[in-house]
Structure formats: structure tokens, C-alpha cells
Design a protein. Structure first.
Length: 221
């Protein structure tokens, strides 16, 4: 069994939504916290960990907003396999609260693209450049170090890579009924009221003989 240093907390695989109070009591001395494989929905409890430098919170139920407090000492944060689905909101929150962040991993979240097809390579580049535009202090993002070319591109194009989210308009029941009342669909006819339709059939005669003599019989001659 590995020995956990006194300045670290290893609270993994407990299926818990909150950190036990016994850990909060010694939070001032903690520099590394691992809460992977639990059921945490936000990070509001970190307010007590003012000296925290590294957080591993993989495979939880974290969602936007994270409710993370300001932690200027935090350098590394791993949030793989959570429920983070709004990249813009996430980056706004992280940029405001974690000014010294250098390592960020978001693999397995809806906001993090995965390379399954060659056409998605450009999506990943745009994603990385936008993240770097919002968090320029990063040295490592997801599965690879930050490249100089990515950093340069984030300076020149980063602001244009913002992810546009669709606007969902909620329609009230009263408005929906009003809309339906303005529609004038065709009336339904009963079986007994159905009428036969007539039309003209156009044809072209193709033969060796005159069109006019086609219907003259021998008795008419």
C-alpha cells in the first residue's frame, strides 16, 4: 500500500458527493487532493484549501458552474470524464478563479473534442487555440504539451474560435395554441363525400399511316 504524504489527501472511489469534515480540518496544509471516482457535482468545498496546488477530480459528476473558489496557488487540475458541457462558461469561470493554472485536462467531457476522424483534426486545433486564448498560462492541455505554434495562433485567431451555442426558445402553451389556431389545414372528407377527379390524357400516334384514317373501316368506304 502506497504511503500518502501528510500534505496530500487521497479520497478515491467512495461514490461520495462531499468531502468528510475530517479532511476539511487539515485543509490548510494540503497541496494535493485526489477525489477521483466519486459523485461530486461541484467544487465549492475547495474554499478551505487555500494552498492547494494540484487537484485530480476525474470520473465524477461535475457540471457547469463548478462553483470553484479563487485558488491562486492551484497549478494542476484534472477533470477528465465529467459532465462539463459548456466550454465558454467553463473557461470564463476558470480564467477568473485560477490565475496560475498551467496544467489542464478535460478528456472525456462533452466540451472536449476527440479525434475519431481525420476531419476532426481542425476542430481539435480550434478548441486548443480557444482554450489557450482564454488561459494563456497553460503549458499542458489534455493529452499533450502546448506548442509554440498553438500559442501564437491563439494570440491571432483565438477570439474567433469561441463556440457558438444554439439558442433554445421556450414556447408557452398559450402561444402554441394561438399558433395552431391560425393554421388552416385542408378539410378532411368522409368516404361518402369523396369525388372522382377527371383529367385529359394526351397521347401521340406513331405509325406508318395517316392519323386521320386510323378510325375508318372498310364498311365506311
Amino acid at each position: 500500500m502506497a504511503i500518502v504524504p501528510k500534505n496530500c489527501i487521497l479520497y478515491v472511489g467512495k461514490n461520495s458527493e462531499k468531502l468528510p469534515s475530517k479532511y476539511l480540518q487539515k485543509s490548510l496544509n494540503i497541496v494535493k487532493l485526489d477525489i477521483s471516482n466519486n459523485a461530486f457535482k461541484d467544487l465549492s468545498f475547495l474554499f478551505a484549501f487555500t494552498n492547494l496546488q494540484e487537484l485530480v477530480a476525474d470520473n465524477n459528476r461535475l457540471r457547469i458552474p463548478l462553483k470553484i473558489p479563487r485558488l491562486d496557488s492551484l497549478r494542476t487540475i484534472c477533470l477528465n470524464k465529467n459532465n462539463l458541457d459548456d466550454l465558454n462558461a467553463f473557461l470564463d469561470e476558470i480564467a477568473d478563479k485560477l490565475s496560475g493554472l498551467t496544467y489542464l485536462s478535460l478528456l472525456g467531457n462533452p466540451i472536449c473534442p476527440t479525434l475519431q476522424r481525420e476531419s476532426e483534426d481542425d476542430d481539435i486545433l480550434r478548441y486548443r487555440c480557444y482554450v489557450l486564448y482564454k488561459l494563456p498560462s497553460l503549458k499542458f492541455l489534455d493529452s499533450s504539451p502546448v506548442k509554440i505554434t498553438e500559442l501564437q495562433r491563439s494570440h491571432t485567431h483565438g477570439e474567433f474560435y469561441r463556440i457558438a451555442r444554439p439558442v433554445i426558445v421556450q414556447v408557452k402553451d398559450s402561444e402554441e395554441e394561438l399558433l395552431k389556431s391560425k393554421l388552416t389545414p385542408l378539410p378532411m372528407l368522409k368516404t361518402s363525400e369523396k369525388k372522382t377527379s377527371f383529367g385529359k390524357c394526351k397521347y401521340m400516334y406513331k405509325g406508318k399511316h395517316s392519323e386521320g384514317n386510323r378510325f375508318i373501316r372498310n364498311a365506311d368506304l
